[in-house]
Design a protein around this ligand. Structure first.
Ligand code: APR
Length: 279
């Protein structure tokens, strides 16, 4: 347990104190953990917010339970609900938010080590975050393959099928299996780069967790892999998880508002605005 006498690395529970730490020599490797709350301002609903969350608005799909839409066995038996939803969520119509742009700015300022995201919307890439610094722990819509023979399926044909409301089928002879985007469904394992990147968290000087309920594992358990001396900053509409270490900070509110305040304290606000407008 930390010695009570040692001063806190981030004394205040506010963006100004976080910014002061980020400007210090000590803060070199910043890690991010993102959830659907980061993309709500882009027009993509999150999953569990009451009333507005996706899982509260799937009655039209007649599912046995909301998460079934992302459950692999349910999908194999009936891919229609997923593809109904995919048409509404498919990348191409959404732009990165201020928060996505902030992550790209962290990279511009050589502070970004790794951005772990649960989101499948590829908005981190679109915001200019280098692909080799993003771990899409739950996969994404960026590619797709047959769920039976695993043969990759053509991107353009996938886009046309989703927009046309068709169920894409494998074109390999004698297969004909259903094609699924490379999104990690419940019942599937996470990509190997998720597990091979966890050890890098021991290099973290700062972990920022944004817009997630921290309810889905193993992603949520990443918070435990940073050193005790690494401050963990939660930016979320509501309090989630357990942030009871001496150097934890909890900033409650809309992530774009908090990010804007943080960038003001970092003197990055103009850069943020012009980068965001330019994306
Ligand atoms: N600013 C800050 N926080 C927000 C905002 C916002 N603008 N909008 C929503 N939030 C918060 C919500 O209050 C909630 O705590 O973001 C969190 C989103 O939680 P979830 O909807 O559970 O989304 P997420 O944590 O990403 O879900 C994890 O569940 O269904 C699976 O695979 C799916 O990756 C997803 C996983």
């Amino acid at each position: 347990t930390p010695s009570p006498t040692k001063s806190k690395l981030i004394p205040g529970n506010d963006p100004r104190s976080v910014a002061a730490y980020m400007k210090s020599e000590r803060c070199r490797n910043v890690f991010l953990m993102l959830g659907a709350g980061v993309s709500t301002a882009a027009g993509i609903p999150d999953f569990r917010s009451p009333d507005t969350g996706l899982y509260a608005n799937l009655a039209r799909l007649n599912l046995p339970y909301p998460e079934a839409v992302f459950q692999i066995d349910f999908f194999r038996a009936n891919p229609v609900p997923f593809y109904t939803l995919a048409k509404e969520l498919y990348p191409g119509r959404f732009a990165p938010t201020l928060t996505h742009t902030f992550i790209s700015l962290l990279n511009t300022h050589s502070l970004l080590h790794t951005c772990f995201t649960q989101n499948i919307d590829t908005l981190e890439r679109l915001a200019g975050v280098p692909k080799d610094k993003i771990i899409e722990a739950h996969g994404s819509f960026a590619s797709q393959r047959c769920i039976e023979c695993k043969m990759p399926f053509d991107d353009e044909r996938m886009k046309r099928a989703v927009e046309g409301g068709e169920i894409p089928k494998c074109e390999r002879r004698k297969c004909g299996g259903v094609v699924k985007p490379d999104i990690v469904f419940f019942g599937e394992s996470l990509p190997k780069e998720f597990y091979s990147s966890i050890h890098s968290l021991r290099k973290a000087d700062l972990l920022i967790i944004i817009g997630t309920s921290l309810t889905v594992h193993p992603f949520a358990s990443l918070v435990h892999f940073v050193p005790q001396k690494c401050p963990r900053v939660l930016i979320n509409l509501v309090k989630v998880g357990e942030f009871d270490r001496r150097d934890d900070v909890v900033l409650l509110g809309k992530c774009d508002d908090i990010v804007r305040e943080l960038c003001r304290e970092l003197e990055w606000e103009e850069e943020l605005e012009s980068m965001w407008r330019g994306v």
